[in-house]
Design a protein around this ligand. Structure first.
Ligand code: FAD
Ligand code: UDP
Length: 383
């Protein structure tokens, strides 16, 4: 019987596994971790607070189809994410930088003048990427752009990526534009929620299907090997398909060299008071070694005796030593990735999927959308 093997039990792997299972196909899902959910995994700590060991995850999407699909596996709690930037000591301003941030950092008369210029030149309620703002034809807009760049983007981006904003593409920098409005939500997507019982529970429900066999603590590299153009599973030629959501350079044994990734280090602290900071996430955009602090009780709007925070430090990725969290989507790396992507085409029954295997800086909703689209594409080929 044809085998469908899916490597990775994150959003990408779990979505496509469920779609195959629903269509009557048996699948094997393996993950080298002992947990499901990939980087969206969450769990309760010793104080019964839901934490996210691989960094803060908030669900938001404009993709109705994705929202409806995921709603089969969870109920939701309404949650609209707000972020502040600690620009100066005790000066926390909204990010994305908006008109409120402007009035907090400029004297009132100057802020009024800049606000009018921004509305005239860019338009009320418009969003504008920082690098466009810095190049605007109006000199005063450019000056304002330089101010926001310096206070919000430059240091944070250097800490996070080790590159200047200009060196990174729109895929990274356009994620957080400047708002010519008083909008203070981090995301403006139509659907913004947290899964009521957490992300792990959502993925558990997705994977809970008689046709899905889950193998945790299983490194695909130990079970799968690649020939010239054939895939072997447990030393037998795979009569079926492999859907792979891990790092593509690892799959091909670094044939074209190691792809660059960015890693993270998290320092968790329990704080003996109900609240630590004014918003769930505070970005440190001008100071400190960490990029941001997340306070998890703010995601669930719980006030307990204790709260828990995590300080996030960005680090270079070192193979075998830490986790590849982010692809670094700069032109040189994308060209490097393409070598692997081209090579992968030799294997007719291999499909690359997800943030790592596609080497793309995507959110959870796009991981789900891409998995749904791949499922449709495979079905078209097979018909
Ligand atoms: P992953 O979650 O990385 O899952 C891949 C899985 O494959 C992992 O479990 C891994 O162990 C497994 N694997 C890899 N290699 C092997 C192997 N050889 N054998 C077996 N298993 C293997 N998105 C949002 O929508 N909202 C957010 O707020 C948000 N915040 C984020 C914060 C951080 C710090 C990070 C890093 C990401 C964030 N994301 C967010 C993005 C989100 O994590 C990803 O879009 C999503 O998890 C991608 O899912 P995936 O299944 O493609 O990859
Ligand atoms: N960014 C920044 N300052 C901020 C917030 C974001 O410079 O206060 C830049 C930074 O380069 C970051 C990118 O915008 O990596 C994308 O931010 P996002 O919050 O989407 O990052 P993620 O949550 O995915 O780590």
């Amino acid at each position: 019987m044809e085998k469908i093997i899916i490597v990775g039990a994150g959003f990408s792997g779990a979505t496509i596994a469920r779609l195959f299972a629903d269509s009557g196909k048996d699948v094997i899902v393996m993950d080298k971790r002992d947990t499901i959910g990939g980087n969206a995994y969450d769990c309760y700590n010793k104080n019964d607070i839901l934490i996210q060991p691989y960094g803060p995850h908030i669900f938001h999407t404009n993709e109705k189809k994705v929202f409806e699909f995921l709603s089969r596996f969870t109920e939701w709690t309404k949650y609209e994410h707000k972020v502040l930037a600690a620009v100066r000591k005790d000066k926390f301003v909204p990010v994305p930088f908006n008109l409120t941030s402007l009035f907090m950092l400029y004297p009132n008369d100057k802020a009024e003048r800049i606000k009018k210029i921004l509305i005239d030149e860019i338009g009320l309620d418009k969003k504008v990427p920082i690098l466009q703002l810095k190049k605007h034809e109006n000199a005063e807009v450019r000056k304002f752009g330089d101010f926001v760049y310096k206070n919000i983007f430059y240091i944070y981006t250097m800490k996070q990526w080790g590159f200047k904003p200009e060196q990174l593409g729109a895929e990274v920098m356009n994620r957080v534009p400047v708002y010519v409005s008083y909008e203070d939500r981090y995301f403006t997507d139509e659907f913004q929620y947290m899964p009521k019982e957490g992300f792990t529970e959502l993925i558990r429900n997705m994977l809970c299907h008689p046709r899905i066999k889950l193998k945790l603590g299983t490194d695909a590299n130990k079970e799968i090997s690649l020939g010239e153009d054939k895939i072997y599973y447990k030393d037998k030629e795979l009569d079926g398909m492999l859907i792979y959501t891990g790092c593509v350079d690892e799959l091909f044994d670094y044939k074209f060299g190691v792809l660059p990734y960015r890693s993270l280090k998290f320092k968790f602290e329990t704080i003996k008071k109900p609240s630590y900071q004014p918003s769930a996430v505070v970005n440190y955009t001008t100071s400190h070694k960490y990029t941001r602090i997340t306070e998890f009780t703010k995601f669930t709007c719980e006030e307990k005796e204790n709260t828990v925070i995590v300080k996030e430090y960005s680090k270079p990725f070192k193979r075998g030593k830490n986790i590849p969290y982010y692809p670094i989507p700069i032109a040189k790396n994308i060209a490097h990735y393409q070598e692997y992507n081209e090579h992968a085409k030799k294997y007719k029954n291999l499909y690359l999927l997800g943030r790592l295997a596609n080497y793309k800086y995507i959110n959870m909703d796009i991981a789900v959308k891409n998995a749904m689209e791949l499922f449709d594409k495979i079905n078209e080929i097979e018909e």
